[in-house]
Design a protein around this ligand. Structure first.
Ligand code: CP3
Length: 346
């Protein structure tokens, strides 16, 4: 598909026949790799890193070289496009993102600027650079954060265990909150279309915090703007992956979003996912990342268990239920990739 040497990932997304299950891993280019840490050192900081096209291309292709994964995900962050609409933030060591001007009142939403893709031109250059550097060996995945997850960061101002400030804003000002979600959806349509035009072979929407809502609130707030984004994307063969962390309570609702692939965490059984999708969409996941701290024989067993839950049908992309962590061992991650690629041969 699309001049790619290895298009297993795209075929699995479209539920076309595959010789084995494709695998890539969320946060596959990260601090657990010494080579990543060297690039980050060179860049000086995380923001200067993801704005540096050359270094970001190098980071993006590390997992292909070191792990042999079947897809690349561009090196960037879900917060990247927020600078264009006027949000100011930095990433602090050990703390994550911190905003200088969080949204504190409904009036602050009116002050947001319209999104301009020229402000994120470097993301397009990274996609082009990756496609060139890998010589179209494997597909390139672009991504964005889901409106609810981005709004949660914009209001909370930093990462949080319960996002209580953001959710209290949502309960106190539901109309203003929906207006914010709608603005973000419009921004993300433009942002993802820009990534597809730049050469992304697939795009993933990360709703990392959607699972912290009740099913009613998920249906009212988180889901509608995702449906709007999916409707607004102009694509040809490029699949859309919709990932939600903590989705077990409303998986039936999630799968109405219109995506081609649903990404799930480890708190839902993959055989339940398969049964509910009933051949209407593909699934991505769902190994508990913490399994990678266990011994190799455990890693193999847990990976095979997941492969068995899906069976030999197409439509499954192996991944973790959430991202790799900075203190994981590269050797074990490489082992997981190898085991999945060997054990899933049809
Ligand atoms: O998956 C990938 O490898 C692609 C790149 C990617 C990053 N962040 C790189 C990153 C992607 C897809 C993300 C998504 C992201 N970013 C999410 C959603 C996915 C998830 O994990 O739930 C969220 C919530 C963020 C926001 C964010 N970025 C936080 C909370 C943090 C700090 C936590 C941490 O791990 O340090 C980041 C920083 C970040 N994003 C790093 C990387 C490689 C670490 C930066 C560094 O210090 O080198």
């Amino acid at each position: 598909m699309k001049d790619l040497k290895n298009d297993l990932f795209l075929r699995a997304c479209h539920r076309q026949p595959v010789e084995r299950t494709p695998i890539w891993l969320m946060r596959q280019a990260g601090r657990y790799m010494p080579e990543y840490r060297a690039l980050r050192e060179k860049a000086g900081g995380f923001v200067t890193f993801y704005k540096d096209v050359k270094l970001s291309v190098e980071a993006t292709i590390l997992p292909r070289k070191l792990l042999g994964v079947d897809a690349s995900i561009i090196f960037s962050d879900i917060l990247t496009p927020l600078e264009s609409i006027g949000m100011k933030f930095e990433f602090r060591e050990g703390e994550g993102p911190v905003f200088f001007n969080p949204i504190q009142s409904p009036d602050d939403i009116l002050k947001l600027r319209p999104f301009n893709r020229q402000d994120v031109y470097y993301v397009g250059e990274i996609i082009k650079g990756v496609n060139q550097a890998l010589n179209r060996e494997i597909p390139t995945i672009g991504f964005c954060g889901a409106p609810f997850t981005l709004a949660a960061y914009m209001i909370e101002g930093r990462t949080s265990r319960d996002f209580k400030k953001a959710k209290a804003f949502m309960y106190n000002h539901p109309d203003a909150f929906k207006e914010l979600l709608d603005k973000l959806a419009d921004m993300l349509i433009d942002y993802l279309n820009f990534q597809i035009e730049s050469g992304a072979d697939a795009v993933q929407i990360f709703d990392s915090w959607g699972g912290y809502l009740s099913p009613d609130d998920y249906r009212e707030f988180a889901l509608p703007p995702i449906k709007k984004i999916i409707k607004g994307l102009k694509r040809d063969y490029q699949p859309i992956i919709h990932f939600t962390k903590g989705v077990a309570g409303f998986f039936d609702d999630m799968i109405t979003s219109g995506a081609d692939v649903y990404g799930v965490d480890w708190m839902i059984d993959l055989s339940v996912v398969k049964e509910k999708l009933a051949g209407r969409a593909a699934a991505q996941g769902n190994l508990d990342p913490v399994v990678l701290y266990a011994d190799k024989d455990v890693i193999k067993q847990k990976a095979v268990d997941i492969l068995n839950k899906w069976g030999k049908d197409t439509g499954h992309i192996f991944n973790l239920g959430h991202g790799l962590m900075p203190d994981m061992e590269v050797e074990k991650v490489r082992y997981l990739v190898k085991v999945v690629q060997e054990e899933s041969v049809r």
